[in-house]
Design a protein around this ligand. Structure first.
Ligand code: UDP
Ligand code: MG
Length: 311
């Protein structure tokens, strides 16, 4: 097994990659690691793949995987994870914003301090304040509150993982922002943090626009929901549905009593509409729960669990 795998998702990073590779090689040589670098070309149109081919030719430690089209950073990471053979797996952006000099310390924290995952923390950030720094503070705060994981910088591209972690988690959609959350739910709870050097992007442009805010939060909801109720949707829909039914029944009783003491016409009462609303919502939630259960029952992964040890 290799000492280290470095996974580099790359979308139109032809200019940066040769510099990054030089820097990585320097650090790896200094440390004497047996390493591999897996560059995942995420459907680039700028000659990124030619650069990867050259790197591979010059040094067999460089491996390349080329997507036919642009699938996104999560897909690139997931594919890199599947290919990685190192006992510690590092992810790093291709744009030279993350420093390879951090790798030895990250590896040490995994190997010696027993962390499953160590996330970089761009304490001093060299990105635009308005578009990145302030929104990201808010994003990190909510994620911290919802997940209970005490990280300052969930979305940092520079992270280190124990081999087993990357083989046990699945990253898709835009979920790369929440890998620590996914890892925690998979049972890898020892999550650490290291302050890392961040740098300005020198070549190319950022690949993430404003829509990342909306998608980001929707993804967080999906992760929280799937990890809590993914295997028993009825526990969620049934609970909320029961609550709605109870409220609906109460409202129904109120409206019937009011009617019997003859004070109102049924349809003039707000209680009438409340009872309709809650009873119908309740039924629909139950229905969603049942359908969810049927979907789970048919899922091929319904009985796949992550086993830590066996004797
Ligand atoms: N990236 C990717 N596929 C995409 C978008 C980005 O592989 O669809 C890579 C990109 O090449 C870079 C990393 O993900 O290596 C982070 O992207 P970027 O630097 O644009 O994000 P930012 O630093 O601006 O948040
Ligand atoms: Mg960047």
């Amino acid at each position: 097994m290799k000492d280290i795998s470095i996974v580099v998702p790359s979308y139109n990073e032809a200019e940066s990659l040769p510099h990054l590779a030089e820097w990585i090689d320097r650090v790896m040589r200094e440390q004497g690691y047996d390493y591999e670098v897996i560059v995942v070309d995420d459907g680039s149109s700028d000659g990124t793949w030619q650069v990867v081919e050259q790197l591979h030719q010059a040094n067999a430690a460089y491996r390349g995987i080329k997507f036919r089209r642009n699938y996104g950073k999560s897909a690139a990471l997931n594919t890199g994870f599947a290919a990685a053979e190192g006992e510690v797996v590092i992810t790093m952006d291709a744009d030279l914003q993350d420093s390879p000099d951090e790798v030895p310390e990250l590896r040490r924290m995994i190997k010696e301090e027993g962390y499953d995952l160590v996330s970089g923390w761009k304490k001093k950030r060299y990105d635009s304040k308005l578009a990145k720094n302030i929104p990201s503070k808010f994003f990190n705060w909510t994620t911290r509150k919802l997940s209970g994981i005490r990280l300052h910088d969930f979305n940092c591209g520079l992270k280190a993982y124990r081999h087993e972690v990357v083989k046990s988690i699945e990253v898709y959609g835009e979920m790369h922002r929440y890998i620590p959350v996914i890892a925690k739910w998979a049972g890898f709870g020892r999550i650490g943090e290291k302050v890392v050097q961040h740098r300005k992007r020198e070549y190319g442009v950022t690949k993430f626009g404003m829509n990342r805010f909306i998608n980001g939060y929707l993804d967080l909801m999906s992760i929280m929901f799937i990890s809590k109720f993914g295997k028993q949707p009825m526990h969620f829909f049934g609970a909320v549905g029961s609550l709605a039914l109870v409220l609906g029944m109460v409202a129904l009783v109120v409206v019937l009593i009011l009617r019997m003491i003859g004070r109102i016409a049924l349809t003039n009462s707000v209680w009438f509409y409340l009872s309709m609303f809650f009873i119908l919502s309740g039924l629909m939630l139950f229905l969603a729960g049942f359908i969810g259960e049927l979907v789970c029952r048919n899922s091929t992964t319904r009985n796949q669990y992550l086993i830590a040890q066996e004797l």
